[in-house]
Design a protein around this ligand. Structure first.
Ligand SMILES: [Zn+2]
Length: 399
């Protein structure tokens, strides 16, 4: 555990001065190199937090190490470091994450926490990977202050929120969240678990890896090296008098079958499936050997989602159409290319009688039975929350 005491700007300026000293040897006799690198690492992370970055990439090429932050879902270059300094930076990070500092040929995973103050904790997950020119490091920042986990902050429309609350409040059923990596699936699942987390319920999760620690919930990290996988952990949970279960991802038929059986025997089960939209999830489960009958008798809701950037209210530009005003991104010193934060758009597919009948008879499920991701995105454009080009970027890019 480490403590950040300096303000972001002050620490960053200080770190840059120290970096100059390290690079150019100014006042060499009075500098404690180890102390400098500690402060540089803290300043780097604090800068990332200040900019609401979700990830820090430290990646080598032939001549330098490039540092990039992922902000609002996209990567932006922050600086470049010479190899010797970057190597020491990585060593310091490895010490913080309790990794083997001498191992540079194999990937390693670790985590550590930073406390900006007593109320503000940042969990950081670290991964190293040996690349052609050296180790690449990615730090994923999980800012507990920003993860409010309130259902109201997810970005669901009023009707979607009513349906979501109805389905997650049922005593049994399978609720699946789908979308590509980085589409906010975990936040949706954690928000549901957080809402349901009361002492009267036994809630267990099996994850790869645990992203947010939730008090009062039994969380298990899978460990395939020793045979602790999703399906074996799930079977163990079922012998522990469970009410609510969350499986990080359904990847194989065995996990799919166990999840379906759990949902059919009085448990509320949450999981994710890696598909592009809600309807595809039904096809994916069928390709894993789940019969339409079992699907209709277990799945209660499928949620497909994407994260979209929200327009900066200070600089967005109106674009007038005959019956509607849309907005487009502009850019000012308060935002990043005209966007400030992110929210999610959702496609909610409940297992209605019509959809169950279509599944059982093998007839197509019409899109008008539910609001699609694109339609949900257009709603956000009409509300001035985002731009049409952002919806086109997100939906086209990920399809
Ligand atoms: Zn702006």
């Amino acid at each position: 555990m480490a403590v950040i005491g300096l303000s972001a700007a002050r620490a960053w300026i200080w770190a840059c001065v120290m970096l100059d000293n390290i690079l150019y040897g100014v006042q060499e006799n009075v500098i404690d190199y180890n102390d400098s690198i500690v402060h540089y690492v803290n300043a780097l992370i604090q800068d990332a937090i200040h900019k609401s970055a979700s990830d820090i990439h430290i990646e080598p090429d032939e001549n330098t190490f490039r540092i990039r932050f992922r902000q609002n879902g996209l990567l932006y270059e922050i600086s470049q470091l010479p190899h010797p300094l970057a190597t020491r930076l990585i060593t310091r990070l490895k010490v913080m994450a309790q990794l083997d500092i001498s191992e540079r040929r194999l990937p390693q995973d670790g985590r550590f926490q930073l406390h900006a103050n007593t109320q503000h904790r940042i969990d950081i997950r670290m991964n190293t990977c040996p690349t052609l020119f050296g180790e690449k490091v990615v730090l994923r920042l999980l800012d507990m202050k920003k993860n409010s986990l309130a259902i109201d902050t997810l970005g669901l429309s009023d009707s979607q929120k009513t349906l979501f609350l109805e389905k997650i409040s049922a005593p049994q059923g399978l609720i699946l969240v789908t979308g590509p990596t980085g589409s906010g699936k975990t936040t949706t699942l954690y928000a549901a678990l957080h809402h349901l987390n009361i002492p009267e319920k036994n809630i267990s999760t099996v994850e790869d890896p645990i992203e947010i620690q939730l008090k009062g919930i039994n969380q298990v990290n899978i460990n395939p090296k020793i045979g602790l996988d999703f399906s074996s952990t799930l079977r163990s949970f079922l012998r522990q008098d469970p009410d609510i279960l969350m499986i990080g991802e359904i990847r194989d038929p065995e996990t799919a079958i166990t999840a379906i059986q759990a949902a059919q025997t009085g448990h509320l089960v949450f999981s994710t499936v890696h598909t592009n939209n809600a309807f595809e999830t039904l096809l994916r489960l069928q390709s894993m050997g789940i019969s339409p009958y079992d699907l209709t008798h277990s799945v209660s809701l499928i949620i497909a989602q994407r994260l979209i950037r929200t327009l900066c209210p200070l600089c967005k530009l109106p674009e007038e159409f005959p019956s509607q005003i849309f907005y487009q991104a502009n850019g000012c010193h308060h935002c990043l290319q005209g966007y400030q934060h992110r929210t999610a758009i959702y496609e909610l597919l409940p297992m209605t009688e019509k959809i169950a009948k279509a599944l059982l008879t093998g007839s197509p499920i019409e899109n008008h039975e539910y609001q699609t991701l694109r339609e949900a995105g257009i709603e956000k454009v009409k509300q001035g929350i985002t731009s049409l080009s952002e919806i086109n970027r997100v939906i086209r890019e990920k399809q």
